[in-house]
Design a protein around this ligand. Structure first.
Ligand code: NAD
Length: 426
């Protein structure tokens, strides 16, 4: 044993209970004053709590995360080990409080074995696409997260529902509204939950934008402007194949503007208009579109203008213009880097301020919301109906682009007609 150890023995540490451990380790051992209750904190309602150590002028620090013990978290099987799964979804589980990854489904055994080992998933819980119906026999798996190319979502959701598992499915929900309806019906018949992974509806800055617009503090909204562009690489990827992608920039990234405009207003558009463009001679755009620009007119008068492209430098911004101010959310649709600015009158001056929120992983918030809905038998904020509505609207947008004229839609009176209750605070 090292001679530099402080003068209390390891045995005395082991003998003390968990609360006593803090006191014994920190206090008299060094002849220093004992810790104050402010610094030790306390266990309250199953979580460690500290009183605020900062002055009233500063923001209090966030409470420590309070994850459930692993055995109480909802076990997820991740279907598809591509970029989103490996770069965002699996790492986000480390920040989840109510969810944990317990199984993988992949067509690449070597990759799946490695990823399972990296994330503490048992080798026996790795399935291939031929055999993954066997997840029905694994009670550790309560939910399935479908992270496959869009054209494979329908079959995967039907198989997960057939195995009696709840489903979180990536956006866009499917390739068409017909497929989306089948997926909803299958999950209803199997009595399992279906949530579409609209992460921005769980992301704190997007939620703050929605809250501020709906609060009326800046008057009523007039315009929503959304841009989601990126430059695509080689042709040999599923996003350029209609059977796997369903479309081009519109369902992949234009969807963010469409879904966000609906989520901000809580309304459904009564008229839509779209223009689509693909460069001549670029073989990548034989089956899907490169660029789309569209307008949505909502019953309250709000007009949303959205642009999306696979051929314009990365830009993922949102702006809402209201009677008495504007909200500008840079990187609104990105994984990170959100910056919110608000403009409003301040006497004779124009006050332009930045709002900085606590940093939170939006994928972890989204996955935890699904887990909470499973644990508490609640309807997710973004259920299958939310995905179906976007497909109906995208079909209207394609129809408008084909005909070169606006398409009129039935008026929906109810607000948030396709959504479940608000998510819990992050
Ligand atoms: P990806 O190409 O990186 O991964 C797709 C995975 O599916 C790969 O591991 C591939 O091997 C597997 N696969 C199985 N069968 C396949 C087939 N027939 N063809 C092609 N691949 C097949 O794609 P990704 O970027 O991870 O996207 C997966 C899903 O996630 C898509 O629905 C996409 O729209 C969605 N997505 C969502 C976000 C978000 O921010 N929420 C971001 C990116 C992608």
């Amino acid at each position: 044993m090292s001679s530099t150890l402080p003068p209390f023995s390891r045995r005395s540490l082991i003998k003390t209970g968990s609360v006593g451990l803090l006191t014994a380790a920190a206090g008299p051992a060094f002849g220093a004053p004992g810790p104050s209750p402010l610094d030790v904190g306390r266990v309250e309602g199953g979580r460690v709590t500290f009183d605020n150590w900062r002055g009233a002028a500063d923001r209090p620090s966030s409470p420590p995360p309070a994850p459930l013990p692993p055995g109480q978290r909802v076990g997820f099987a991740i279907v598809g080990l591509g970029r989103l799964s490996l770069e965002q979804v699996l790492p986000a589980f480390a920040e989840c409080r109510q969810a944990r990854p317990v199984a993988l489904v992949s067509g690449s055994p070597e990759k799946a074995r490695l990823v399972a080992a990296q994330h503490g998933i048992k080798p026996s819980s790795v399935y291939d696409y031929g055999s993954w119906d066997r997840i029905a026999e694994d009670p550790e798996i309560q939910a399935v997260y479908v992270v496959l190319p869009n054209g494979l979502h329908r079959d995967a959701v039907l198989r997960a529902a057939g195995a009696g598992k709840h489903v979180l499915c990536e956006k866009p929900m499917a390739n068409s509204s017909a497929e989306a309806r089948e997926m909803i019906a299958a999950c209803e018949a199997a009595r399992v939950k279906l949530m579409i992974a609209y992460r921005c509806q769980y992301e704190p800055y997007n939620r703050e934008t929605i809250r501020r617009v709906r609060s009326g503090e800046l008057g009523s909204a007039r315009f929503i402007e959304a841009t989601n562009t990126q430059v695509m690489g080689p042709a040999d990827q599923w996003r350029f194949k209609r059977a796997l992608a369903g479309g081009g920039a519109l369902p992949d990234i234009g969807l963010y503007g469409l879904n966000t405009a609906r989520a901000i207003t809580g309304e459904e558009p009564v008229e839509v208009f779209a223009r689509i463009f693909s460069p001549d001679g670029d073989a990548r755009y034989r089956e899907v579109e490169e660029s789309v620009s569209f307008m949505l007119r909502f019953p309250s008068g709000v007009i949303a203008t959205c642009s999306s492209s696979y051929g314009a430098h990365e830009s993922k911004d949102l702006r809402v213009r209201l009677e008495r101010g504007w909200i500008d959310l840079e990187n609104a649709f990105a994984y990170e880097g959100q910056q919110m600015r608000l403009g409003r009158r301040d006497g004779k001056a124009e006050n332009i301020g930045m709002l900085r929120l606590e940093q939170q992983n939006q994928f972890a918030l989204e996955i935890d919301h699904m887990a909470a809905c499973v644990r508490e038998n609640r309807i997710p904020r973004t259920p299958g109906q939310e995905g179906l509505q976007d497909h109906l609207l995208m079909e209207a947008l394609y129809e408008s682009a084909r005909g070169g004229t606006p398409v009129t839609l039935d008026r929906v009176a109810e607000r948030d007609a396709t959504r479940g209750p608000e998510p819990e605070q992050g």
